[in-house]
Design a protein around this ligand. Structure first.
Ligand SMILES: CC(C)(COP(=O)(O)OP(=O)(O)OC[C@H]1O[C@@H](n2cnc3c(N)ncnc32)[C@H](O)[C@@H]1OP(=O)(O)O)[C@@H](O)C(=O)NCCC(=O)NCCS
Length: 189
C-alpha cells in the first residue's frame, strides 16, 4: 500500500530513519556532498518548526520518500525544497508525485517560487524539474540552482491539498489498523 501525507513533528524519527537509509550516491545527491549519519540526525532535529513542512510517501507503512519544504520568512516568499526517495523505490513515480504535491502546498502558503539546489550531474532531478514547467537555472560554484515560479493559490489548489490531507489521514488509520492487526496475529501465533 502506498500513501502520501504530511508528517507531524512527532514523526521526525521516521524522517531520520528514512534519510539514514538513503546512502551512497543518493545521499551525496540529496545533501550535495558526502555527509555522515550525525549530520543527518542534526539536520532532522531542525525539521518540524514553523518554517518547515515534510510530505512523506509511505510504502507498506514505512517512509520511503520525503519532500522537505523550507519557507523563508523574508519578503521574497521563497520556498526551498529537497527530495529523497530510497534507492529500491525510485523510478516508480514517487519523486514526481512528491514534487507535484509540494508545489501545491507551497502555492497555498503564498510562496512565489520554489528553489531547488542540486548537483549538476543529478540528471534525474533535472528531468523531474523540467516536467513542471519553465525553470530558471543558474550554475554557481558547482551547484545547479533551479527556481520554479508558482502561480497564486486558487480554490482548486486549496481543495487539492485538503483532499490529499483527508485521504492521507484515512490511509494512516488503515495502516495503523493493518499493522496492529498483523502484530497481534504474530503474537497470538
Ligand atoms: C531524484 C529523485 C527524488 C527522483 O525520485 P523518483 O521516485 O525516482 O522519481 P520518479 O520515479 O518520479 O521519476 C524519475 C524520472 O527520472 C527519469 N530518469 C531516470 N534516470 C534518469 C537519467 N539518468 N537521466 C534523466 N532522467 C532519468 C525517469 O525516466 C523518470 O522520468 P519519467 O517519469 O518522465 O519517466 C530520487 O532519484 C532521489 O531521491 N535521488 C537521490 C536524492 C536526490 O537526488 N535528491 C534531489 C536533490 S534535492
Amino acid at each position: 500500500m502506498l500513501s502520501i501525507r504530511k508528517l507531524t513533528k512527532k514523526e521526525n524519527p521516521l524522517l531520520e530513519e528514512h534519510l539514514l537509509r538513503v546512502g551512497g550516491e543518493d545521499r551525496v545527491m540529496r545533501f550535495m556532498g558526502g555527509v555522515n549519519d550525525d549530520f543527518i540526525r542534526a539536520h532532522c532535529s531542525l525539521v518540524g518548526g514553523p518554517s518547515s513542512v515534510v510530505i512523506g510517501c509511505f510504502v507498506d507503512g514505512t517512509l520511503r520518500g520525503a519532500s522537505e519544504l523550507w519557507f523563508e520568512d523574508d519578503g521574497d516568499r521563497r520556498c526551498e525544497l529537497a527530495l529523497s526517495v530510497e534507492h529500491d523505490f525510485q523510478g516508480q513515480g514517487i519523486g514526481t508525485e512528491l514534487l507535484r504535491r509540494s508545489l501545491v502546498l507551497a502555492r497555498n502558503r503564498n510562496a512565489k517560487s520554489i528553489y531547488i539546489a542540486c548537483l549538476p550531474e543529478n540528471r534525474k532531478m533535472r528531468h523531474l524539474l523540467r516536467k513542471f514547467g519553465r525553470i530558471v537555472t543558474r550554475l554557481d560554484s558547482g551547484t545547479l540552482e533551479a527556481e520554479l515560479a508558482l502561480p497564486a493559490r486558487s480554490h482548486l489548489s486549496l481543495w487539492q491539498e485538503f483532499a490529499g490531507d483527508g485521504i492521507g489521514m484515512m490511509d494512516a488509520l488503515v495502516e495503523r489498523i493493518t499493522h496492529t492487526g498483523a502484530s497481534e496475529h504474530r503474537a497470538a501465533a
